[in-house]
Design a protein around this ligand. Structure first.
Ligand code: FES
Length: 412
């Protein structure tokens, strides 16, 4: 929809829509996106830290589906978190036998890899239901120290998770620090906020992080697609300004060093003499980029910050923010010290808390967009196109075809 998307699409309503109802009146130009209130299905999502999942089952909600995660013999399993007998959450249960989880109510016991009922403790070995009843299972992987779960569109096999991770995280060694936090508000507001060009300069004007990483007062931006990412490219950047409420902006420390188009040699200062030959150089045309299903990448010269906006349901999301430094060996100590001593508090704390506030207080007002919102409409256009392709690939109906199809985020 391009430039035309910058105009408001309708009059909208001033009040918060009832929980669980997808969509907003003025997103009709992006029907897939509009319908994805509880997230886009067909993607791998990070759910929690790997170290949090043990033999004791824990409950999570992802794309509106209730899931229990449990570890057995080193492998993590994900099951629908409802016992098919009387609906008690399996996350309240425990492991009576290796490789299984037992419901705490009547002892129905499910095989973890298949979800099949394999024993009924209260009905003995002759129970006729064993092998005939099952609880749904979900594909699970562990990457970046986290547990990832795939939410299918229909019943399709998941693509390899590496195809959906940021490509530089698949092939390089790195160290990482991060924060996972449940947050109020819809995942789309969190995602749009992350890529929103104007907010960094105003909402974050009081963030201490800005003392270290400056932001321009305003700029002229272009959106450049590259592979599955869209990049915000700053064509014209203005550093100096004296605005009431914003104060004097003159911190040019590292932005000024950036050439218009950069090749980052990940994990170093960008200077050729410090390149680690084992690390693949990446060419990023811009500082900020975004890809499906809501992954923000901010490429600083010596580390990359990612934000995964993980849909819980229509009114809640999970913030997964990680900072990655592409070094290995003893150099990782320096990064950890910097992360724990400063970045975790300045960025993943105060700065990111300002974003969390915005998403939490935003409901579904009508919108009237302005020029810097090209970043939002470009993202919506990207997601619309990509999701249309995904649905076609798995042979599923979209919101334009079927109002209650799986793409609308069915409830678990
Ligand atoms: Fe789970 Fe009865 S409700 S065994």
């Amino acid at each position: 929809t391009g430039e035309g998307s910058l105009a408001s699409k309708g009059t909208g309503r001033g009040s918060r829509r009832p929980a669980g109802q997808p969509g907003r009146q003025d997103w009709s130009s992006w029907p897939h996106y509009d319908a994805a209130a509880a997230g886009f299905r067909g993607y791998w999502y990070p759910v929690t830290w790997s170290s949090h999942i043990t033999g004791k089952p824990l409950p999570f909600t992802l794309c509106g589906e209730k899931i229990t995660l449990i570890r057995d013999g080193g492998t993590v399993y994900a099951l629908h978190n409802r016992c098919p007998h009387r609906g008690v959450p399996l996350s309240e249960g425990n492991q009576q036998f290796p490789g299984t989880v037992s419901c705490p109510y009547h002892g129905w016991t499910f095989d973890l890899p298949t979800g099949k009922l394999c024993a009924v403790i209260t009905d003995g070995p002759d129970c006729r239901l064993t092998g005939k009843v099952e609880v749904k299972t979900y594909p699970v992987e562990e990457r970046l120290g986290m547990v990832w779960v795939y939410i299918p569109v229909a019943d399709e096999e998941p693509p390899p998770i590496d195809e959906q991770l940021p490509e530089e995280l698949v092939s390089n060694g790195f160290v990482m620090g991060g924060r996972i936090e449940p947050r109020g508000g819809n995942w789309r507001f969190a995602c749009e906020n992350g890529f929103d060009e104007g907010h960094a300069k105003y909402l974050h004007r009081t963030a201490l992080w800005r003392l270290f990483k400056a932001m321009p007062t305003w700029n002229i931006t272009r959106i450049v697609p590259q592979g599955r990412w869209i990049f915000r490219v700053q064509d014209e950047v203005h550093w100096e300004a004296d605005f009431p409420g914003v104060g004097r902006w003159s911190n040019k420390r590292w932005w000024k060093q950036q050439p218009p188009k950069e090749t980052f040699n990940l994990g170093n200062t960008g200077k050729a003499d410090k390149v680690d030959p084992t690390i693949e150089a990446q060419e990023f045309p811009g500082f900020a980029s975004l890809s499906m299903p809501g992954v923000l990448r901010i490429a600083y010269p010596n580390f990359i910050h990612y934000e995964f906006y993980v849909p819980v349901d229509a009114d809640n999301h999970r913030y997964v923010g990680v900072m990655v430094n592409f070094t290995e060996g003893w150099k990782t100590l320096g990064f950890y010290a910097k992360y724990l001593g400063a970045i975790r508090w300045l960025f993943h704390g105060q700065f990111s808390g300002q974003d969390a506030w915005m998403v939490d207080v935003t409901d579904a007002p009508p919108e009237k967009l302005y020029r810097p919102d090209i970043s939002l409409t470009a993202w919506r256009n990207l997601s619309e196109e990509e999701y249309g392709k995904k649905l076609a690939a798995v042979g599923a109906a979209g919101p334009a075809d079927e109002k209650t199809g799986p793409a609308n985020g069915k409830k678990g």
